[in-house]
Design a protein around this ligand. Structure first.
Ligand SMILES: *Cc1c(COP(=O)(O)O)cnc(C)c1O
Length: 414
């Protein structure tokens, strides 16, 4: 992450030593940089200056209240996918009028809660959801603002698990059905058509598919115009990638400019839903080497973080840079950095050349997005603490779970 640097031979997040953070809060421990989050948001805000626009941070990337609060204070809205995320966003100080609700499986109860809160818009993903939302809104005497998430059938050219804009994916309304569905929406008394929405995938490193998708969506916007359906906003979704290893991630400008050019004359409010891009490189997972196990075929460094903390390597085969907090002199060996969980898939990095001793601290970088938010308690491992660094201060923003808390909701048979 940009906010990590070596000072006097010790890795720091902003101005705080990671050795100090480990001593104060223990390991494993997530460390976020407020400054890195804010500057990532600012990149979007700068680019969108002069446009009627809203940056809705995708809460699922990292839903810690402190992260949400930092973003809300700087004017971000939120893209939520559950009542849980709605509740978090509101608790973090979000303005409901800056919340959009995505997701293929919203329940009646979630719709009610979001309507009662007065959110900006529902991103509707199917014909069935449209009818259901209309019924729920009618029942509680509200009008639901909607956009349809259209599936433009473009290839995001990213990992299949995070590609969402192809016909074969479960997301959104098929492009060819969208026009008819908008006409249907217009007839429904408790819906108000507000916009159109599209999200084609995650960790995209090429701006071209975004533009390609937008062209298709704009075609639809024109057709809707012919049908007398006037939209107020267009939601470009999220998905802009970050650098994990040596990828060339486009700048926000390279990503947005071509689309903004196409949108300039349209007078539509522009919504974007970045997740990973705002927090991914602003966070790291701090871990300690518990045990070294050199072997004939492989050398294993067993650390106190695991796949239950950071699932991305196990789940997607993702790469995260792993760096020593206090680099040591000496001959590096090649290590597989693995956790203590009982799965061979429990690795955080493979084939890493580092000089290591037991007890050393390692920083697993670019772990701010889809890290803690995808973590689990597998192997009855309490979730790690979360810390946010702000200049020269480090704040505990989620304390470490206790073991007792893991089974506090359970009970044996009577
Ligand atoms: C996941 C998601 C996002 C954010 O994706 P990133 O790749 O983290 O930017 C935005 N919109 C929707 C609908 C999503 O599902």
């Amino acid at each position: 992450m940009s906010a990590v640097s070596l000072r006097d031979g010790v890795l720091h997040a902003e101005q705080v030593s990671l050795v100090e953070i480990a001593a104060r809060f223990g390991t494993p421990c997530w460390v976020y940089s407020r400054q890195a989050i804010e500057s990532a948001l600012d990149e979007f805000l700068r680019e969108l200056e002069g446009f009627d626009s809203l940056v809705c941070y995708a809460v699922k990337a990292n839903s810690n209240l402190a992260v949400l609060n930092v973003l809300a204070r700087r004017g971000a809205g939120f893209d939520i996918v559950s009542a849980g995320e709605l509740s978090r966003a509101l608790a973090a100080g979000a303005d409901a009028q800056r919340i959009v609700f995505s997701g293929v499986g919203k329940t009646d109860e979630e719709m009610e809660l979001a309507l009662a809160a007065g959110i900006l818009c529902f991103n509707v993903e199917s014909a069935a959801e449209l009818e259901r939302l209309n019924a729920v809104a009618g029942r509680i005497g509200k009008t639901a603002a909607i956009s349809l998430r259209v599936n433009p059938d473009v290839d995001a050219r990213t990992h299949p698990y995070v590609s969402t804009g192809l016909k074969e994916n479960k997301f959104g309304v098929a492009f060819d059905e969208a026009r008819a569905l908008y006409r249907r929406a217009k007839q429904l008394a408790h819906l108000e058509i507000s916009g159109i929405d599209c999200h084609i995938g995650s960790q995209l490193l090429d701006p071209a598919p975004f533009s390609e998708a937008l062209d298709k969506v704009l075609l639809l916007v024109d057709q809707l115009g012919e049908d007398g359906i006037v939209l107020h906003h267009i939601d470009l979704g999220g998905g802009l990638g970050i650098r994990y290893r040596d990828e060339e991630a486009p700048s926000v400008s390279e990503y947005l400019r071509p689309m903004l050019e196409k949108l300039r004359a349209r007078g539509l409010r522009i919504v974007v839903e970045p997740g990973r891009r705002l927090v991914g490189n602003a966070g790291l997972l701090l871990t300690r080497v518990e045990c070294l196990k050199p072997g004939e075929v492989k050398n294993f460094a067993i650390v106190d973080a695991a796949m239950n903390d950071l699932a991305r390597p196990a789940l997607y085969g993702s790469w995260h840079d792993i760096v020593p907090v206090v680099p040591r002199a000496g001959t590096p060996l090649v290590w597989d950095i693995v956790g203590p969980v009982c799965e061979s898939g429990d690795f955080l990095g493979r084939g890493r050349e580092i000089a290591l001793e037991t007890g050393d601290l390692l920083a697993i970088l670019s772990a701010g997005a889809y890290g803690m938010s995808m973590s689990s308690n597998y192997n009855s491992r309490p979730r790690a603490a979360e810390v946010m660094v702000d200049g020269a201060s480090a704040h505990l923003v989620r304390r470490r779970e206790s073991v007792e808390e893991l089974y506090a909701l359970e009970q044996p048979l009577p």
